[in-house]
Design a protein around this ligand. Structure first.
Ligand SMILES: [Zn+2]
Ligand SMILES: [Zn+2]
Length: 339
């Protein structure tokens, strides 16, 4: 790879600073790391990126110890070494926050070869002796033509398989464990960052935990933190404005039905509007259920209710119905008298 081509590979100009070289390498390595990038070009691309870095490093006499990973330090974790995990929590756990113990396994790029599977230092090509060219005799024997060496693609140097990983490019699986603190009010799809301890590695790794909320049997959660729930209520209990038990994310709560209302708002029983902010409300929708037909016993009870209601001087309804009945009777009497 030509030096100019190496800069182009990292998206840089030859006049850039060493820091820019490292930053560009880090960014690209994080993007094309085969552990994180499933595309078939990823391995080839990371090899090209690593080779470009090597070329530039040699040309600039950049101190290898000062170069980006293999050995990233604690202060600036290598983005490619970030661990990813996924956890599922219930709506109640998400509301209250919780601690979850995780464990997992990480297979990462081999450190000595940075995942390329090849030795860092190229060795002189044995086929062309480092010239990158080969003489190829023509079939009629009296002339020869010079072509690029096929063993090294004309580079003059080849790379042996990495001894640490036997050319695989991956290190053996490492186990990690971590206790993750899920903050109260976390939403579906949010990422929580933690530090994981990886087996056989004294450094702590950045662990990004994607939180998923389990579907709840009663509640749905709006983006603004509103919790919604729909529940059936006895139609007669609703008519009689009785107290009922309503589930809320905090537990059961008593709520009084009103026969003029199907939707109720329980203040402050939803999720926080924003992290640490005031809590949104819980919206309860009720569906009053009445029997499709009345049983004889229910008919008798309804008759008793009607008889008790009309003419009950203690209630406005009773007085108004008695007054109406009296006017209706008087009107019918006048009609009868007129004929
Ligand atoms: Zn060669
Ligand atoms: Zn290796």
């Amino acid at each position: 790879m030509e030096l100019d081509e190496s800069y182009r590979e990292l998206g840089l100009e030859p006049g850039c600073s060493d820091a820019q070289v490292k930053a560009a390498w880090r960014r690209l390595a994080a993007r094309w790391h085969p552990d994180r990038n499933a595309s078939p070009q990823a391995l080839r691309k990371i090899q090209r990126i690593n080779r470009a870095l090597d070329e530039i490093r040699v040309a600039r006499r950049m101190d290898a110890g000062d170069a980006p990973p293999p050995a990233a330090d604690d202060a600036a974790p290598d983005p490619a070494s970030t661990l990813h995990h996924r956890v599922t929590v219930t709506l109640e756990q998400a509301l209250a926050g919780c601690a979850i113990d995780l464990q997992g396994e990480r297979v990462e790029a081999c450190a000595p070869c940075k995942g390329s599977g090849q030795q860092a230092q190229p060795t002189t090509c044995g086929t062309c002796g480092g010239s990158g060219r080969q003489s190829q005799p023509l079939w009629f024997g009296w002339a020869a033509t010079v072509v690029p060496c096929t063993a090294c693609d004309g580079l003059g140097a080849t790379r042996e398989p990495c001894q640490a990983c036997d050319g695989d490019g991956r290190s053996p699986a490492q186990h990690y464990r971590c206790r993750v603190q899920i903050p109260p009010g976390v939403r579906d799809g949010e990422t929580v960052v933690a530090q994981a301890r990886v087996e056989g590695d004294r450094r702590r790794r950045r662990l990004e935990v994607l939180v998923e909320l389990l579907r709840h049997e009663f509640f749905t959660l709006d983006a603004d933190g509103t919790v919604r729930l729909v529940l059936p209520v006895d139609g007669f209990a609703w008519t009689a404005q009785r107290w009922i038990d309503v589930p809320t994310p905090d537990g059961p709560q008593q709520m009084r039905l009103r026969r003029d209302a199907l939707v109720y708002r329980i203040k402050g029983q939803g999720f926080p509007v924003r992290h640490g902010g005031p809590r949104a409300d819980c919206i309860v929708s009720v569906t009053p259920l009445f029997p499709e037909g009345l049983s004889p016993a229910q008919e008798a009870l309804i008759d008793a209710l009607v008889a008790h209601n009309t003419g009950d001087a203690a209630t406005t309804a009773g007085r108004r119905m008695a007054d109406w009945d009296a006017r209706l009777d008087a009107w019918q009497a006048r009609r009868a008298a007129a004929h």
